[in-house]
Design a protein around this ligand. Structure first.
Ligand code: CLF
Ligand code: SF4
Length: 507
């Protein structure tokens, strides 16, 4: 059956996502559990893929940012879930994807409704897949209403990663987000509904943490409704043991037919989103690389290969035991290769950096404490957009579908978000139509001062410069963070960081 969908959050309304993605400094057992998960580890998202099995059509609540005739708000990118799958179909599709994409490490169930409002279908899918492909991690994203009664079952199925979409802990705020819930065979509305949902979410979070399950909390930032309140949400869920918090922007367009879309509720700007994520961060892991995936997403975060794996194509494949064993071996080999590359990267990162200033000290007492330590020079932070592939600056400017945005200082480069773009260069005769697309791409890069890419054409180079963004193609195939820091140092030496960021001109 074809199921058109607008998604607001597969991982429940965008209920999945984070930059805890910082895995350094974690205890070994936790690091091992997240290092190949593209959502729980920022570094992993450069190397590993996930897919979502759309087996869960029903939902037990209504969110104002979701139109279930289309898709789940828990994963907020508008689009259609083209196929609703049976558990058997979902397992076959997962095996086919995992055979074709050795980076595949996670199967998530994130909609199009709520996975735990469809427990038989959800758990049957996980059970069958675990038998056929035990190396694939299982992941689920829920609004949390049915979570407490599902915790035992989740643990029994070895589901180690659970995302709960928590948009509020105050029923008065919740009443502005959730018009109703379906609870104990009745529809409950308004503040009472929000209070029940909040209680279930918090209880579910505590129960999962007590079981040792890694919990990520997704929150949809709704300006004027819960934006300020999310700082308190972040503090509370962190105190209860959530591993990661993912604050995602509301997507509300009238054409999606959602309440917020129709009522003209605005989405946050990238600057507002970053400011809130920064405010929530403290010492909590914040996810900054979430792509608000569809409930039937396939591939690396930021790419969608779903069209390659429609059920008619999957049904035509013969997945013999031998074929599946070979696929399993290919995935294992890829994981070993990535692990070796990461070790090599870590070793390079620990080597002294030529750009860093070394303190030279004269007093003996200072020498003993500080001599030889590297100190980052001072200069203002710079936002840099990167056309990336596999953790490297490996994408042509005109081929980039998105740019990763890093905040760079002398101390390092930190991923703070991404900007989607229409493809500028289609590599065909459509170039004549591409000029407006380039303008939109430049607009999407608002706030960035530099764009790093592997290559860039003459025309976009000039347009970027005219808009006050410096194109940079001097670090092709280099690792992102060191290259960004090198560019920052060049800017520092050129005296560009003494003044405030230049004002942007119109693209
Ligand atoms: Fe899917 Fe969610 Fe699992 Fe990831 S997505 S169920 S945790 S495997 Fe990831 Fe997608 Fe963001 Fe979700 S990028 S929307 S956070
Ligand atoms: Fe839609 Fe239900 Fe997901 Fe809310 S929880 S976004 S209503 S599917």
């Amino acid at each position: 059956m074809d199921l058109p969908v607008i998604r607001t959050g597969g991982c429940s309304a965008g209920s999945c996502g984070s930059s805890a993605a910082q895995t350094n400094g974690l205890p070994d057992d936790i690091r091992r559990r997240v290092e190949n998960h593209p959502c729980y580890s920022e570094e992993a998202h450069h190397h590993f893929a996930r897919m979502h099995a759309a087996v869960a059509p029903a939902c037990n609540i209504q969110c104002h940012y979701c139109n279930r005739k289309y898709d789940c708000a828990n994963e907020s990118r508008p689009g259609v879930v083209s196929e609703l799958l049976t558990p058997e179909q979902a397992v076959k599709k997962t095996l086919a994807v995992a055979a074709a994409i050795p980076q595949m490490s996670v199967l998530g169930i994130a909609g199009p409704g709520d996975p735990l409002a469809n427990p038989e279908r959800t758990f049957a899918t996980f059970r069958m897949l675990a038998e056929k492909a035990p190396d694939i991690k299982l992941c689920v994203s829920t609004n949390g209403l049915a979570l407490p009664e599902c915790v035992e079952e989740l643990a029994k199925h070895n589901i180690d990663h659970v995302t709960i979409t928590i948009n509020c802990i105050d029923p008065d705020v919740g009443a502005q987000i959730y018009p109703w819930i379906f609870w104990k065979h009745k529809r409950v509305r308004g503040r009472e509904a929000a209070a029940i949902l909040i209680e279930q979410q918090q209880k579910g979070l505590e129960m999962l943490v007590a079981k040792g399950v890694l919990v990520k909390v997704n929150s949809v930032m709704i300006p004027g409704v819960n934006d300020e309140h999310l700082k308190e949400v972040s503090r509370v869920v962190k105190a209860k043991g959530a591993f990661l918090h993912n604050v995602m922007p509301l997507i509300a367009e009238a054409e999606h037919g959602t309440f917020y879309g129709v009522m003209g509720q605005r989405s946050p700007t990238p600057e507002e989103l970053k400011a809130l994520q920064d405010a929530c961060e403290g010492d909590m892991n914040m996810m900054r690389h979430c792509r608000q995936c569809r409930a039937d997403a396939v591939g690396l975060l930021g790419e969608d290969r779903g069209a390659e794996f429609t059920m008619d194509k999957v049904e035509a494949m013969e997945l013999t035991d031998e074929f599946l064993a070979e696929a399993l071996a290919r995935r294992a080999a890829l994981r070993e290769k990535v692990a070796a590359e990461r070790e090599a990267k870590k070793a390079r990162a620990h080597a002294p950096q030529p750009q860093q200033a070394v303190i030279t000290l004269h007093r003996p007492s200072q020498k003993s404490a500080l001599a030889g330590r590297h100190v980052a020079p001072e200069g203002r932070p710079v936002l840099m957009a990167v056309a990336a592939k596999g953790g490297l600056i490996a994408e042509h400017f005109g081929h980039a579908r998105e740019f990763l945005v890093y905040e760079v200082t002398g101390a390092g480069a930190k991923l703070v978000g991404h900007r989607k773009t229409d493809l500028y260069c289609a590599g065909d005769d459509s170039c004549g139509e591409a000029v407006d697309v380039l303008g939109r791409t430049i607009e999407a890069l608002e706030g960035c001062e530099v764009v790093l890419c592997s290559k860039i054409g003459y025309e976009p180079w000039g347009r970027l410069e005219a808009a006050g963004i410096a194109p940079n193609g001097e670090h092709p195939l280099e690792e992102i963070e060191p290259a960004c820091v090198a560019v920052w140092h060049e800017m520092l030496q050129a005296g560009k960081l003494a003044q405030p960021a230049p004002e942007r001109k119109c693209a």
